[in-house]
Design a protein around this ligand. Structure first.
Ligand SMILES: Nc1ncnc2c1ncn2[C@@H]1O[C@H](COP(=O)(O)OP(=O)(O)OP(=O)(O)O)[C@@H](O)[C@H]1O
Length: 456
C-alpha cells in the first residue's frame, strides 16, 4: 500500500481525507515542522499540502515555505497542493515553485484519487528511469554509486562514441581495464575485438614483436609470420596498459602508429594500415616522466587527448561495501559457501581501511575471508584486520587521555624505584598533585608499596 503524507491542520479535513483516500496509508502532519519529520521518516512519494498552515492559517506563506522545504530536501516528491476555492493565485505560485499539481476544496474523493494515481504513476516511472540509467553503468561491471564513480561513468558515456585517444590514470587495482572495456562496449566498435597488452609485464626485447608482430625469419625462432596485438585489434580497441613502462626505444615507433595508423611488422618492409581505437592506462605520473625525459613529450600529448582519472577505492565511500557484497556473492558461488554478510566490526574496518591496493586488494581479502570464515558473517579478523574498535567501543578523547596518564604514572613509578617523590619529579608534578592523581585513577597499590629509598 502506498503511503501519502497529508499536511493539514484541520482535523475535520484530515478525517474526510482518511475516508476519501482509503486505498492509501495516510500519515498526517499539522504544521511545517511535523511535515519535515514525517517526510524524513516515511519518505512518501506523494504529499498533499494545505497551503493555509499555522501560524499563518489564513494565508499561504507557511504552506509555500513548507513546499519549498520539502522540494529542497526531497526534490522527487510529488506535492499536490490543496487550496480554498478562491485561491487561484496561491495555487499558481505553488506550481511555479515546483508543486506537482493543485486541487481546490471542497474535496471530491474521485477527482483526488485520480490525481494521486497519476502522481504515483509518474513517480514510479521516474524511479524506473533512474534505476535503468544506473544499471546501464553496471553492465560494464563498474559497481558503485559514489559521486566520484558516477562522474567517471558519465565521462565514459561521453567519450565512448568518439574516436578520441583516452588516457586512464589511477592507482594500481582501481579498475582501469574495467573502464577501458566499458568505453569499448559503449562505442560503435562493440562486437569487434578488445585487445589489452600490459607493457610492464613483457620483457623489453619482446614487446616490439608482441605489439607490431613479425615476419617469418625476422629473428631466430620466427618460424612463421605472426600478427601483433595492434593488428589483432583491427576494427576494435587496443588498451596499452602501463604505457608509462614502455621503453623509450619503442616510443618513437608507437608515436608513428598513433599518428599515421600504419605499422610495420618486425622484419617486414611494407606498411600495413590498421583501424584501431587506442586507450592508454598507467598508474605513473607521466608529466613527471616527461620532465625527467623518460617519456616522450610528443607521445604524451598524443595519448592524452582526454584524461580520465579513476578514483582510488578509499575515495568511493560506501561503494566499498557495495563492491564487497558483490564480490562476496561471486565468491560464495565459486567456493560453494553460504556466507551471508559482514559483522558491524568488519563493515567499519572495510570503510576505514586505506586500500593501497584498491579493488584488487579487496578481492584478495574477501577471497581468503570466504575460504577461512567459520561463521555465517565475515568478521574483521577474517579480513586480516585487527579486531579493534568499532563505533560503540571507541574511546572518547578524555578516556584515551586518562588511560595514557594512568599508564604514564605507573611507568614513572617503576622507573623511580617505587618512590613517590621521585615519581612526582619525573612526571613534573608536585607530590600532592601526584597523590590526587593516584586517587583519581584508583592506583592505590602505588601508595601501599611505596619505598622510602632515596637515590642520589
Ligand atoms: N567498480 C568495480 N566494481 C567491481 N569490481 C571492479 C571494479 N573496478 C575494478 N574491479 C575489479 O578489480 C580488479 C582490478 O581491476 P583492473 O585490472 O581493471 O585494475 P587496474 O587499475 O587496471 O589495475 P593495474 O593498474 O594493476 O593493471 C579486476 O578484477 C576488476 O574486475
Amino acid at each position: 500500500m502506498h503511503t501519502v503524507l497529508v499536511i493539514e491542520d484541520d482535523l475535520g479535513i484530515q478525517k474526510q481525507l482518511k475516508w476519501s483516500l482509503s486505498d492509501y496509508e495516510l500519515v498526517f502532519a499539522a504544521d511545517r515542522q511535523q511535515a519535515m519529520t514525517q517526510l524524513r521518516r516515511f519518505e512518501p512519494a506523494v504529499v498533499t499540502l494545505d497551503l493555509g498552515l499555522p501560524p499563518d492559517a489564513a494565508n499561504a506563506s507557511e504552506g509555500l515555505a513548507c513546499l519549498t522545504e520539502i522540494l529542497t530536501a526531497k526534490p522527487e516528491t510529488k506535492v499536490i497542493v490543496l487550496t480554498g476555492s478562491t485561491d487561484n493565485n496561491h495555487a499558481l505560485q505553488a506550481i511555479a515553485l515546483g508543486a506537482y499539481d493543485y486541487y481546490q476544496k471542497p474535496i471530491d474523493a474521485d477527482v483526488l484519487n485520480i490525481i494521486l494515481q497519476r502522481a504515483f504513476k509518474l513517480s514510479q516511472l521516474e524511479q524506473e528511469n533512474k534505476a535503468l540509467k544506473a544499471s546501464s553503468y553496471q553492465q560494464a561491471d563498474i559497481i558503485g554509486n559514489s559521486e566520484a564513480i558516477q562522474k567517471a561513468c558519465r565521462t565514459v558515456e561521453k567519450i565512448a562514441p568518439t574516436e578520441i585517444t583516452t588516457l586512464l590514470l589511477g592507482e594500481s587495482g582501481t579498475g582501469k581495464e574495467v573502464f577501458a572495456r566499458a568505453i569499448h562496449r559503449q562505442s560503435p566498435r562493440t562486437g569487434k575485438p578488445f585487445v589489452a597488452i600490459n607493457c610492464a609485464s613483457i620483457p623489453e626485447n619482446l614487446l616490439e614483436s608482441e605489439l607490431f608482430g613479425y615476419e617469418k625469419g625476422a629473428f631466430t625462432g620466427a618460424v612463421k609470420t605472426t600478427l601483433g596485438k595492434i593488428e589483432c585489434a583491427n576494427g576494435g580497441t587496443l588498451l596499452l596498459d602501463e604505457i608509462g613502462d614502455m621503453p623509450l626505444s619503442l616510443q618513437a615507433k608507437m608515436l608513428r602508429f598513433l599518428q599515421e595508423r600504419v605499422i610495420e611488422r618486425v622484419g617486414g618492409r611494407s606498411e600495413i594500415e590498421v583501424d584501431v581505437r587506442v586507450i592508454c592506462a598507467t598508474h605513473r605520473d607521466l608529466q613527471d616522466m616527461v620532465a625527467a625525459q623518460s617519456f616522450r613529450e610528443d607521445l604524451y600529448y598524443r595519448i592524452s587527448e582526454i584524461v580520465l582519472r579513476i578514483p582510488p577505492l578509499r575515495n568511493r565511500g560506501h561503494d566499498i561495501i557495495l563492491i564487497a557484497k558483490a564480490l562476496l556473492h561471486r565468491f560464495n558461488q565459486e567456493y560453494k559457501t553460504q556466507i551471508q554478510g559482514f559483522t558491524p566490526c568488519a563493515t567499519e574496518a572495510l570503510l576505514s581501511h586505506n586500500w593501497p591496493g584498491n579493488i584488487r586488494e579487496l578481492q584478495n581479502k574477501l577471497k581468503s575471508a570466504v575460504i577461512l570464515s567459520e561463521s555465517k558473517l565475515i568478521n574483521a579478523e577474517d579480513l586480516g584486520f585487527r579486531p579493534t574498535a568499532n563505533k560503540s567501543s571507541f574511546q572518547t578523547l578524555r578516556q584515551i587521555r586518562e588511560q595514557a596518564e594512568s599508564e604514564g604514572i605507573r611507568q614513572a613509578y617503576v622507573l623511580a624505584n617505587s618512590n613517590l617523590s621521585k615519581t612526582a619529579d619525573l612526571l613534573g608534578v608536585s607530590r600532592p598533585t601526584l597523590y590526587a592523581l593516584i586517587d583519581k585513577y584508583k592506583l592505590y597499590d602505588l601508595k601501599g608499596t611505596e619505598s622510602e629509598t632515596t637515590e642520589s
